[in-house]
Ligand binder design. Structure first.
Ligand code: HAM
Length: 436
């Protein structure tokens, strides 16, 4: 018989592999709750049209798509953003604004496989709808930072690179570029970090040679690292829209600074984001030391709700992926031992004692202790071995002699010390032992 394996790029989660992921999800959910976000969920299968021309060529080329039995063209979702826009758009009038929503879900992209990239991965998505001002960016960038700090990552581990497609639009317009030229130039900028000057081919292939001044002006923006550098460049151009845009930058950065988060954020116009729908601020989180691909990415997308048939509703959001995040935590030794170990392992003499033990096991579990026991009768030696291997700190021994005397024996599994307590005091003794 052929043996089956999971498909390339898809992961099985054995318990020891699921536990770290559950740890990530727990911390992300906790952060989202602290920030007042509401959780939602959505179908994994959507109409193919939802992604066509909206997510951008790269994602469109990676879709898992097919015709269903009813002849509909459908796709497994490659991202949440079009779906959440569809959902919010349909009820926009009834929802109290600002709408602050989050989800944790699986996504599917037929990508070339590499470290930290798979074909089915999880994302934490957080989005705010109905807030046009940069206050939404402040809230989301700080939530993103909190999601990573909640996993014990610090400012020396990661940072958020903040950029702005609007600023690029105004800047390139001020340099005399037309709309189409601007789009190609953003495509080139997206590749600049990886390819260097080679990246400008994206622009020159479409629009012919580019002047040395234009290239120098673009590279000057790419070299900017601080708000004051940016202010200097913008001041020279004397362009009203560009100057007005700098006010938004000041609001975002001073808001984050007031939250004590300045050290996590850097100005970096090299980030423009591959997805087609972004309209304003865009940002990505990266590992500071390693060569991992982005941990998270997001930005403002003010036109997408309307493009998908909803009302005109401004929006900002981001997503963190589980795969790069787990690699980073592993590298830094920050994945805690989160296996589900029992608090107590119950050792049972035989069928008679089992009936007595079951009552106490049920009572201990009912008050929240993690209790395990052998499903079948086994010799004491084997049971003590299982107790030790289970990782429990305490064993309760329900032997015939003990029960005849109205007592239960407790064994401290790390010290190998034993003591007896009257049966009716078992719960109290367990509580005392485990809290000591
Ligand atoms: P994205 O940059 O395509 O943005 O994905 C966000 C994160 O998901 C990435 O930084 C990465 O950690 C993870 N990710 C993406 N593709 C893969 C893959 N093939 N394997 C493993 N991890 C992956 C979005 O998806 C936007 N929809 C985010 C957003 C939400 N924008 C606004 N709201």
């Amino acid at each position: 018989m052929a043996s089956f394996k999971s498909l390339p790029g898809f992961r099985d989660f054995y318990p020891e592999e699921l536990a770290p992921r559950t740890h990530l999800f727990r911390q992300w959910r906790r952060a989202a709750h602290a920030y007042g976000f509401q959780e939602y969920d959505a179908p994994v299968l959507e109409s193919l049209d939802l992604y066509k021309a909206k997510s951008g060529d790269e994602i469109e080329g990676q879709l898992f798509s097919f015709a269903d039995k009813g002849g509909r063209d459908v796709a497994l979702r490659p991202e949440m953003t079009p779906t959440v826009c569809r959902m919010v758009g349909a009820r926009a009038n009834a929802l109290k604004r600002p709408i602050k929503w989050f989800s944790i879900a699986d996504f599917f992209r037929y990508e070339r496989m590499q470290k930290g990239r798979g074909r089915c991965f999880a994302q934490f998505n957080a989005d705010i709808f109905g807030e046009a001002g940069p206050e939404a960016e402040i809230e989301l960038i700080s939530l993103l930072i909190q999601c990573l700090r909640g996993l014990d990552l610090q400012a020396e581990d990661f940072y958020v690179r903040l950029s702005d497609r609007n600023l690029w639009f105004f800047y390139l317009a001020a340099l005399g570029l037309e709309e189409e030229q601007t789009q190609s130039m953003l495509g080139a900028i997206d590749k600049f970090e990886r390819l260097g000057e080679e990246a400008f081919k994206v622009y020159t292939d479409a629009h012919g040679a580019m002047s040395a001044e234009l290239q120098a002006a673009v590279q000057r923006m790419l070299a900017i690292k601080t708000l004051s550098d940016l202010e200097t460049v913008v001041a020279e151009l004397d362009h009203p829209q560009l100057s007005a845009r700098l006010d938004d930058w000041r609001r975002v950065l001073s808001g984050l600074e007031a939250m004590g988060l300045a050290e996590f954020v850097s100005v970096d116009l090299g980030v423009v984001r591959g997805l087609a729908y972004y309209t304003g601020f865009v940002f990505e989180a990266f590992d500071r030391k390693g060569d991992l691909r982005a941990l998270a990415g997001g930005g403002r997308y003010d036109n997408l709700v309307q493009k998908l048939g909803g009302p005109d509703l401004p929006a900002v959001g981001f997503a963190i992926g589980d795969m790069t995040m787990e690699l980073l935590l592993q590298e830094r030794g920050l994945l805690p031992d989160v296996a589900n170990k029992p608090d107590v392992y119950v050792v049972i003499g035989g069928p008679e004692e089992r009936r007595v033990a079951f009552g106490d096991i049920a009572a201990l579990r009912a008050v929240g202790y993690r209790v395990d026991y052998p499903l079948k009768d086994l010799g004491f030696g084997k049971q003590f071995k299982n107790a030790t291997e289970s990782g429990a700190r305490l064993a309760l021994i329900y032997g015939g002699d003990e029960l005849a005397n109205g007592v239960v024996k407790l064994r401290d599994l790390s010290q190998r010390e034993e003591f007896e307590v009257p049966r009716e005091q078992v719960a109290l003794a367990v509580s005392d032992f485990l809290s000591a």
